[in-house]
Design a protein around this ligand. Structure first.
Ligand code: MRU
Length: 372
């Protein structure tokens, strides 16, 4: 089912329908020409939407996956009724399918694991009780995402100066999260506080997330944004128009190596050349301490038609030409000036600072449980 909406920035990118039976997303595959909400019923539709980037961006994928586990639990209840063993078997099968939807963004696995750890731990509960706890947890993940992005904005803004030029790559904006974005959170906050930033958005070949999504949402928010082709980043840096680079991230390894949209590595090398700091904005749900280095991150490979056909009215290359289309690359930690998280900014050496950030998270979560 599809519904027209008016304002992207006033709409949660990912949500649960009011009756609790559908995942509701802003369909990012048709933006900016068409702005519409789409309701998805079950995990098959949700997996398809994740694969086709109708919902995309690591945090948004995580929130969608959390809701997908809850909807799968509803389906499992229909199949198995109050037979707990049968119910859990169905649910595990669904979770196993969901984690395979896309390989690089760790938020997908993080959310599925969080939901499944909860379900597995409820050993004395009936399937109905588990479903109801999963619904609450999925909404908690969603609401936390909003709060975390707000904190990324607060922690990132002090790294920026009034009137600066900021370059970003891909879309780590409102559309990649529930609200505010990760890399864009300090930009939106600065906009509210009159910082007067000038943002350069790389168009981000081949799927054009920078052109279709980042420049759209920043323009709608009244931010001074200029869209450039990816191959113009060097020139704008050389011309002195950029003082900071901020991007999002799909997975941060324990040593700080960070996988993000293909092209980020090139931007990081250019930034290093021109002495411009590059910050990665990453909620702790994107930090994967179980992955030692960037070499261990699985990079999604996509169909070559993204390059040859998509967005063109006729193919832009011979049918038989070989293509290579990795969706992400890994920026080596040496090229990253800092990693902005909701628990503060991690600086090199990242093996130490990321461990400290994750420890701080654990301590604060324990304190919250004690205070409840
Ligand atoms: O293939 P996509 O569009 O899902 O890739 C998204 C990115 O690379 C984003 O920069 C990343 O997920 C961070 S989103 C806050």
């Amino acid at each position: 089912m599809e519904k027209e909406i008016i304002n992207i920035l006033e709409t949660d990118t990912v949500n649960l329908s009011e009756d609790g039976e559908r995942l509701v997303i802003i369909d990012q595959s048709v933006l900016p020409g068409t702005v519409k909400l789409v309701e998805l019923r079950d995990r098959r539709e949700i997996i398809d939407a994740i694969k086709r980037l109708r919902v995309r961006g690591a945090p948004a994928i995580g929130v969608a996956a959390g809701i997908a586990v809850y909807l799968s639990a509803l389906d499992a209840l229909n199949v198995a009724g109050n037979d707990r063993k049968g119910f859990m078997e169905e649910l595990r099968k669904a979770a196993g399918e969901l984690v395979l939807a896309r390989p690089t963004a760790v938020n997908l696995k993080w959310a599925v694991d969080r939901m499944m750890d909860l379900a597995e731990g409820l050993v004395d509960s009936t399937p109905e009780e588990i479903v109801s706890r999963l619904r609450v947890e999925a909404l908690t993940i969603k609401n936390e995402d909003i709060e975390v992005c707000r904190k990324l904005g607060e922690n990132g803004l002090p790294l920026l100066k009034r009137g600066q030029g900021i370059l970003t790559h891909c879309n780590a904006g409102h559309l990649a999260t529930v609200r505010y974005g990760t890399a864009t959170a300090p930009i939106y906050l600065g906009q509210e506080r009159g910082y007067g930033f000038h943002v350069y958005a790389d168009e981000t070949r081949p799927l054009l997330q920078g052109a279709r999504l980042t420049s759209t949402e920043l323009q709608l928010a009244g931010v001074d944004v200029t869209l450039i082709c990816d191959n113009m980043a060097a020139s704008v840096m050389k011309e002195g128009k950029v003082q900071t680079v901020i991007t999002g991230c799909d997975r941060v390894a324990a040593n700080g190596d960070s996988a993000n949209k293909i092209g980020t590595l090139g931007v990081a090398i250019l930034a290093k050349h021109y002495g411009i700091p590059l910050y990665i904005a990453a909620p702790t749900s994107t930090i994967d301490m179980g992955t030692a280095t960037g070499e261990d991150i699985v990079i999604e490979q996509r169909d070559g038609t993204d390059i040859t056909d998509m967005w063109y009215s006729e193919p832009m290359a011979l049918r038989e030409v070989r293509t290579y289309n990795p969706a992400f690359d890994v920026t080596d930690h040496e090229l990253i000036a800092g990693i902005i998280t909701e628990y503060g900014v991690a600086y090199p050496p990242y093996d130490v600072s990321l461990r400290d950030i994750m420890e701080k998270k654990k301590m604060e979560q324990r304190k919250e449980v004690r205070d409840e």
